[in-house]
Design a protein around this ligand. Structure first.
Ligand code: ARG
Ligand code: ASP
Length: 654
């Protein structure tokens, strides 16, 4: 009997711990710390976030406008993703010095390359300012418009007070839970950030679009920068006299490796999620928006691909544009599929029904019906706006005619002409005439045929300008104001519905939807089974790169040097990437992935395709974040970059 109990208990101990949904505010992490510790974390809430002493938050920065990066030395050295540094690496590249192709390694501090416009932001503190932001607001007397004005004015005051001491201080007030709560975020922004190292794209972007959003993955998606400061260690404009920034905290690098089941957490800036929305919004996303946008982008990608495969020059011109279009295209496919697989619309409808039963007679009664009506009114308009974005606004000729910059160096007219015909046809076919400007309807009559219309637009810049202007004006002056007005009403209703859900599910811990503010997500290393009879192990290795290697396939053509290093032997089990159950989103790219002791084990860069619905609904069975193993970064720095001196300034632990 006792033996059975012991066997049962030890079996239980080896059952995988439930994966963790949630991206938590660092300042409130004490509410989660017991759970984190129960799952293996060995540090305290103060170690994660403190305003009184150096903590892990001081080693994490918002990199540029939409990525995360982390400090890995006491001399301001930063790790982020290759795809986050990409545009800066590209700007320094030329035919003679192609750093995208060949990689870049500064041999001395003097060779580190400045990047005008690139900034990093440290979070100094965050605090709940709900009462101050809503001071003067009277819900009984004021509408949403008046409330917005008060929020704006009060926030402005708070921001001004917060940055008074100057020196790179920046502040923002962010709404959480649809404005049920407001937080002030105070940052210190550094504006001299230099490029230190990047592997060749054949490593940093290995697998390209083919492997993007997928597992097994073997992308060496990292790049290295350094923050510079004035002699006082404070932010300064670029100057030769600036010195490497001395951080309050930098991360130690763990060489101990990852094993399935290990505790991990991700500290970074997820951009946007919608976990608490009404079934009508999810229905629209999964059954209208995603499928329609996917179809339109498939057409555009096919056109680009056709010309790119015919010419190396065109491939270079369009590879970055192609990547941009393909990235969301692929994500939406996983997202729509995941939402359907999880039956989220039906599950939410059921939830709304139960909720309304509970809400009867309360202030919340009828809120879900109200939301359903608002979405029914908004969705056709929103669909039209999305169509404009995906069709009209994908035509570079019309973009240029409306005065937006298109780099002529990266422009190939035959692609644009074919895109024009396909996208204008789709636009015309999908939308009711009430969503089109007069000028368009006349032009359709006049030319009768899209090919002829195209010839006219590409031959005559006045024709292009007239068409572009009429479409642009209809979009910005007619459509968007209507969408915005309805979105304001939806936001107001969502504020009530959010609060209602929190009242209804008293025992549930709610995390606020992502909004590019700093968050902590935690989970553990774990593989997954994407479909029947397949199980994906959580760690990939160099052996897998060699298996994929193919000089004839652009995405899989590795540098000869990597082949040679491998052939020399001993690197079969060199780890490359790993999977974990942390809840991440776009913006978490470049985020440090830390172990139970708060040491760096990887850099987050992606999610698996089958789990991309996590922005709307998290499924512990399929949602996995993908990280590059920090030991692969060390390996590439040594074996390919021959930049061992960079390792000298890092601290390694077992
Ligand atoms: N899917 C990742 C993210 O959403 C990586 C994107 C960059 N890589 C690429 N192959 N397009 O940003
Ligand atoms: N690749 C994304 C990024 O660039 C991360 C994600 O969506 O999981 O932020």
């Amino acid at each position: 009997m006792r033996k059975t109990v012991i066997i049962l208990l030890s079996l239980l101990a080896f059952l995988p711990v439930r994966a963790d949904e949630g991206m938590w505010l660092p300042a409130l992490i004490s509410q989660r710390i017991a759970d984190m510790q129960a799952k293996g974390f060995r540090l305290t809430a103060e170690d994660i976030y403190s305003v009184n002493q150096a903590s892990l938050k001081d080693a994490v920065v918002l990199f540029g406008s939409g990525c995360t990066a982390e400090l890995v030395s006491d001399e301001g050295l930063l790790f982020t993703n290759h795809h986050c540094g990409y545009s800066f690496i590209q700007k320094h590249s030329s035919v003679e010095y192609d750093y995208l192709k060949d990689g870049f390694w500064a041999l001395t501090r003097n060779e580190e390359l400045p990047n005008p416009g690139l900034t990093v932001k440290f979070l100094e503190r965050m605090e709940d300012v709900t009462a101050q932001v809503l001071k003067g607001y009277n819900p009984k007397k004021m509408d949403e418009e008046a409330r917005l004005n008060i929020v704006r004015k009060n926030s402005e005051k708070l921001r001004e007070a917060a940055v008074k001491d100057g020196n790179g201080l920046k502040a923002s007030v962010e709404a959480l839970y649809y404005g049920n709560q407001y937080f002030l975020f105070v940052f210190r922004e550094y504006r001299d950030v230099r490029l230190v190292g990047a592997p060749p794209s054949s490593i940093g972007k290995f697998g390209g679009e083919t492997d993007n959003w997928m597992w097994p993955r073997h992308t060496g998606d990292f790049s290295i920068f350094r923050i510079y400061a004035g002699k006082d260690n404070l932010p300064a404009d670029y100057s030769e006299d600036n010195v490497p920034y001395r951080p309050k905290k930098s991360l130690k690098i763990s060489l101990a490796g990852v094993r399935e089941g290990d505790f991990t957490f991700v500290y970074g800036c997820p951009g946007s999620t919608r976990e608490y929305v009404h079934s009508a919004e999810v229905d629209y996303i999964a059954n209208v928006s995603d499928p329609e946008k996917i179809a339109l982008r498939t057409t555009r990608l096919d056109i680009m691909k056709k010309y790119m495969s015919q010419s190396q020059a065109v491939r270079i011109q369009y590879s970055s544009k192609y990547a941009g279009v393909a990235n969301a295209w692929k994500k939406w496919q996983g997202e729509a599929k995941g939402i359907r697989k999880m039956n989220t619309v039906a599950v939410k409808r059921r939830f709304e029904k139960d909720f309304e039963e509970w809400a009867r007679g309360t202030q919340y009664e009828g809120i879900t019906g109200q939301l359903a009506n608002l979405y029914a009114a908004r969705n056709p308009l929103y669909r039209a706006a999305e169509y404009y974005n995906e069709t009209v606004r994908s035509i570079e000729k019309l973009q240029m005619a409306s005065g937006r910059k298109v780099d002529p160096k990266d422009y190939y007219q035959p692609i644009d002409e074919e895109t024009f015909v396909a996208m204008m046809k789709a636009f015309d076919g999908a939308l009711d005439d009430s969503y089109k400007p007069e000028y368009f309807i006349e032009g359709r009559k006049k030319y009768a045929d899209m090919e002829r219309w195209k010839d006219a637009v590409f031959a005559d810049s006045l024709e292009a300008k007239a068409l572009a202007t009429s479409l642009d004006e209809f979009y910005t002056k007619n459509l968007i104001p209507q969408v915005n007005a309805l979105n304001r009403s939806i936001n107001l209703a969502n504020r009530t519905y959010m609060k209602a859900q929190m009242d209804y599910l008293r025992d549930k811990d709610f995390y606020p939807d992502a909004n590019l503010t700093l968050r902590v997500a935690y989970g553990h290393v774990e593989g997954y089974s994407p479909s029947d009879a397949i199980y994906y192990k959580p760690v990939s290795t160099l052996k897998g790169i060699i298996e994929k290697d193919d000089p004839d396939i652009f995405d899989y053509n590795i540098p000869q040097e990597l082949r040679d290093v491998y052939a020399a032997g001993g690197h079969d089990s060199q780890p490359v990437c790993f999977l974990a159950t942390n809840h991440t989103s776009g913006g978490n790219s470049g985020s440090p992935v830390l172990n139970a002791d708060g040491n760096l084990i990887g850099i987050n860069f992606d999610r698996v395709w089958e789990g991309t619905m996590s922005d709307i609904v998290f499924d512990p069975e399929f949602c996995r974040n993908i990280s590059i193993d920090v030991r692969y970064i060390v390996f590439i720095i040594k074996e390919i970059g021959h930049a061992d001196y960079l390792l000298d300034e890092m601290t390694f632990v077992q």
